[in-house]
Design a protein around this ligand. Structure first.
Ligand code: UDX
Length: 470
């Protein structure tokens, strides 16, 4: 990914401060920089510290890798005005409201950048969940790109529910969207209309219509019909999956990307190298949403009963460095040490793309889903919140690349070990699901290569940006 020549455009990119939003925003930053746009990437101070922390070589490498390629990306910090991931926990309300605190800092930053920088800021690229960003761009007479980090189906359902049909009564049919059970709807469509989260998201979907462009981290081969139907009302350009290019293009050596996240990553290569092909299940749930101790115990026993080897990313829900053994059944770590590895964090993409890994037991976060699809792995879905139930429904029912373990009907129910063990086995042995996942992987490769639809869509946005600025 080398720079194609400078355009004289300077964009600031403002992701929502969370791993699942920063990761794809960083990849978008690299892609835009490779098309000659100078990028200022804005993070809250603690995320900035995580990424530039000398102990977290992965974060430093991700950025120095970009700079080594000649890409113009500057990292800047604004004060910590929103709760960090670990303080956040279940306090979604506080978190949603606090996102507004970012606005004044970003406005001040733009003023400072314009005084100190030879190329003034001409565009704000912001996460769609930052409802203040498009109006700020208008106020400062800048162009705006709204960046949707989830799938277009969820965008379309939210768009229609909040803006159009909801005003006239209940939503009956959304063009391009296959039927969904109410329990599978994104969390923000299950809350009462006067809930704080609903008010925050409602504002985002009012302002997104004013954006000059909306780009989404999805691809047409997956969601072409949803995008096409939505285009009658709103243009959303799919430019994904936004993942490190080494994982999308097998001709580029994987070693050129040392890490894929911004935390200290445990290296699982040695463990995986010793295992037969497709014999390991990778287990990782959200970095944010907590899970009950009894559920963790059942998952541990289920994996154990399945007899498959595993890598499990498990962290204490409240503290970054807390010991996890107390969360697991007595003797679990000892009894499974030959075939299991429990780690606090790893390079997920590196693990998923190792030939010994045969399946992904996941909370169905959108990044995890795209990562699994991009390496052709089937998924066992255990959604926890946000829009993950909808993602899981797509995985299991529409794309048929996996199985589901949990529905949104009864989220207090603990799923037992026997069901978990049985579905782990079905996943690891299910040839049709694997073939369907591999077919999608091949589609991804076509879409992201030069001239593919995702690449062309981004090219189109950049061309239009240039034209509007002349
Ligand atoms: C939530 C929503 O569910 C998701 O759909 C939305 O787009 C972002 O917020 P999150 O819980 O952050 O998602 O999960 P996910 O979207 O899957 O992102 C997690 C990221 O962390 C992935 O890119 C994954 O590769 C990375 N990760 C996770 C690691 O690099 N190492 C790990 O050990 C675990």
């Amino acid at each position: 990914m080398e720079c194609e020549g400078k355009t004289g455009i300077h964009a600031i990119i403002v992701p929502l401060p969370g791993q699942g939003h920063i990761n794809p925003a960083m990849q978008l930053a690299k892609k835009l920089a490779s098309k000659g746009i100078a990028i200022t990437f804005v993070l809250t101070q603690s995320w900035h510290n995580t990424i530039t922390d000398a102990h977290s070589s992965t974060g430093v490498n991700a950025f120095s890798h970009a700079r080594n390629l000649g890409l113009e990306i500057e990292l800047v910090a604004i004060p910590d005005c929103v709760p960090g991931e670990f303080e956040r926990g279940n306090k979604l309300y506080k978190f949603s409201q606090s996102l507004d605190n970012m606005e004044s800092h970003v406005e001040e930053l733009i003023k400072n950048l314009n005084q100190s920088n030879p190329t003034p800021v001409s565009c704000i690229v912001s996460d769609t969940f930052l409802g203040w960003a498009v109006p700020l761009a208008k106020k400062l007479r800048l162009l705006s790109v709204s960046f949707w980090t989830q799938n277009v189906l969820v965008f379309s359902i939210t768009y229609h529910s909040y803006l159009a049909e909801r005003q006239a009564g209940s939503v009956i049919h959304i063009p391009g969207v296959t039927p969904l059970q109410p329990a599978d709807l994104p969390l923000w469509l299950k809350l009462s209309p006067d809930d704080v989260v609903v008010r925050v998201i409602s504002r985002c979907f009012q302002t997104v219509r004013e954006a000059d462009w909306v780009v989404a981290n999805s691809f047409l081969g997956l969601e072409g019909h949803v995008v096409e139907a939505l285009w009658e009302k709103m243009r959303v350009y799919c430019v994904g999956p936004l993942l490190p290019s080494a994982y999308l293009d097998l001709s580029e050596p994987r070693d050129s990307v040392v890490g894929t996240s911004y935390r200290v990553e445990m290296d699982c290569t040695q463990f995986l190298d010793d295992k037969p092909p497709k014999s390991v299940i990778y287990v990782s749930f959200s970095s944010v949403l907590p899970m009950s101790t009894s559920q963790i115990e059942e998952i541990a026993m289920g994996i154990k009963e399945s007899d498959y080897s595993f890598i499990w990313v498990l962290r204490h829900p409240g503290k970054e460095c807390a010991e996890v053994s107390s969360m697991l059944p007595d003797g679990f770590l000892n009894e499974t040490k030959q075939r299991g590895l429990v780690v606090p964090w790893c390079s997920q993409l590196k693990v998923l793309s190792h030939p010994s890994v045969g399946g992904f037991f996941s909370h169905c976060g959108w990044n995890s889903t795209l990562e699994s699809i991009s390496v052709g792995l089937p998924m066992l879905g255990f959604p926890l919140g946000a829009e993950q139930f909808a993602n899981c429904k797509l995985i299991a029912d529409d794309w048929k690349i996996g199985l589901r373990l949990r529905s949104g009907d009864d989220t207090d129910k603990v799923i037992g070990r026997d069901e978990i063990a049985e579905k782990v086995r079905r996943l690891m042995e299910g040839e049709e699901m694997r073939r369907a996942a591999e077919r999608l992987r091949d589609v991804v490769k076509m879409e992201v290569r030069k001239g593919g639809t995702s690449d062309s869509n981004l090219e189109r946005v950049v061309d239009e940006l240039k034209t509007k600025l002349i």
